[in-house]
Ligand binder design. Sequence first.
Ligand code: MTE
Ligand code: HPA
Ligand code: MOS
Length: 782
Amino acid sequence: MNKNGKISEANKYSPSGVGGNIDSYTHVRGESVYLDDIPVVNGTLFASAFDSPVAHGKIKLLDTTEAEAMPGVIRIFTAYDIPGENQIGGIIPDEELLANTHVHFCGMPIALVVAETDEAARAAIKKIKVEIELLTIITDPREAKEKGELIIPPRTFQIGDITTAWSQCKYIFEGRTETNGQEHLYIETQGAYAVPQENGVIRIYSSTQGPTAVQRTAARVLAIPMNQIEVDTTRLGGGFGGKEDQATTWGVMCALACYHLKKPVKYSLHRMEDMRMTGKRHPYSSDFKIGLNKDLKILAYEAVFYQNAGAAADLSPAVMERTLFHCTNSYFIPNVKATAYCCRTNLPPNTAFRGFGGPQGMFVIEAAIAKAAEQLNIPAYEIQQKNLLQTGDEFPYGQKAESEANECWSKTNQLYGIKKLQQNVDDFNSKNKLYKKGMALMPICFGISFTKTLMNQARALVHVYTDGSVGISTGAVEMGQGVNTKMLQVAAKIFSIDPVNIKVTTTNTYRIANTSPTAASAAADLNGRATEIACNAVLQRLKQVAADELKVEVSKIEIKEETVFANGSKTEWDWKKLVMATYSKRISLSELAHYTPEDIHFNLNKEKGHPFVYHVYGTAISIVTIDCIRGIYEVDSVKVVHDFGKSMNTMIDLGQCEGGIVQGIGWMTMEELLYNKEGKLMTSALSTYKVPDIYSVPKEITIHFLKTQKNNSAIFGSKAVGEPPLMYGIGAYFALHNAVKAFNTTAGLKYDAPMTPEKVLMGLYSPAKKNELLNAEGIKVI
Ligand code: MTE
Ligand code: HPA
Ligand code: MOS
């Protein structure tokens, strides 16, 4: 609320007027409903999974007798209790719900205990005995590739002619990079609650990004038709990709127990179970070779990506594909060859995570540019800027860019002054011995659409009730990203009614069928466009009724702020009266609309096509300060120009940018996922896995909303914002590198993310530097 007592534009979608998101009010009051807030039905039972203690082996013996005798235990389910297929693989059928004869990763579910209480279920788990004959464990993707452990055949994207291009290059650099995985750490852990309905129907409340995936898989595992499974999702306490595919496991487990016991069954994972049993962002190990001409134009780029997929396909083939799509980030490179291997290892199957393989691809080209810059002794931004995509440039996959890369870059320079900031950093470094600053630019280019073309479809169901209030259902899942607010805004704008009269209902497979998961940053676009079509269809009928009643042509009717206008002048008719009149004439006040974007296609044989409806661009400048005694650091600032198209909700979009940046910085600098050689996760708790807290967020994040004008087919021209900002976080990694090099020119840093304080410290005091310090006066190195 502003000081005149009016609700400002940004705040008017919240009933309280306190935020740009309709959920803010119930969030701050603790009234928002997550899985654990759903009141449980009397007689509800609780499930817990017994998971494999080893990463690979053959099950010799599974003894549940002692566990079954534990107080409160109702039943223990194993693979033998599955009436349909023991199969949860989405893309490839290679993943069992419960291990049958073999286990493939530490944390793979083997049995499901169902008991009267959560505590009883977990106590019984401890009494299950298993004997497993160990088999060879692979944790490294390069080793997996050597041994032929590939989930799908390798794929290669190519443009130009890489073999002849090298001879035209003045400079050629090669290197290797590593990016580690990342724990999703959604605040709400995975979970589901299955409640039996009449006639064998099972309703599953699921904390999922993909209600249809839960429905489809439950039907498959139980061998019942999909129409017997209702999946309902109110909202998630975060998903970040971790619940696109992997929420299915828990939903189906609850459904399995519910099917057999005819009782409601709930399973809400404890944090450590969740961290141990679920897959994460894919670690990648990669090789690059980059060639530039004398003007610093990149003429050739070759990359080989080894994706650590984990023990089953999950979404890995699609994630790998997006790595290839984004392997040149926002640069035009005329000769490219990029190959990716989807390597099967004995880790939990890795899965979608904000950016979906894109960030991993972008890191490698940024490392290649950083290496070239280091060797040529120039700032990386000189190479970056010279190679930005122009409109009309072709990506290695055949699509032509509608580029905003140069607009974003030049606005960044105009607003923040790249050279001036670099000068400030250099001045600081020349004056300070024990603190050093580093700066790096990070341009981004991210394609919007599911890379699997058929997934780009959505439906919306809009009802106008006889009192004029409106209900909207779509396939989009609210997970904090504000998609419900955006859906509500679409209806409010098209009907021109007060947003308080509109309600977005839960995401439910009985209302909206065959949904794509809420992912690929495309939920607001796909579901928003469907909502737009549905609202327009109802609006058209309402206008026809008004035209008939007022005896004017329908094209002369307008509805503005709940008032009907004819020929530009106000009439006696308002929204409610018109709705009632339409109903009285037995004309439908409801619409189910379908939307699918045109002009997207991809030819898998040629690896060419037009997979994205548009791209999102942006540029960030990251500046960091390191403490050269301790190796610790702070991110001073991240200054961004981001291409929003025409943002429809600046508060939400700002939040998405800030959150994405911090999550990206976390991945690049401090989140260190460690599996030991036996495939056991060593960082399975918040005491051992460090995520950014309030003290580690940048001291300054400035976001400039660049309004870009090109047609983009986004909802109301408001470009998708969910994932792209995460990739600005990559800038913090290279800024840290530059800061270390300011202290120690002989640091010899590897491109190995995350850049933890330990790695910074090792870089600061590489052997050569140590000797130099020992010989210098006044500094004592112990
Ligand atoms: N923001 C919040 N608060 N919580 C989330 O789980 N997920 C991200 C992003 N922003 C996420 C989020 C991911 S991975 C995606 S794909 C998009 O939101 C999905 O939502 P959208 O399509 O509506 O942007
Ligand atoms: N992005 C996110 N999730 C997905 C995609 C994608 O491109 N394809 C399938 N699931
Ligand atoms: Mo987001 S990784 O596409 O759920």
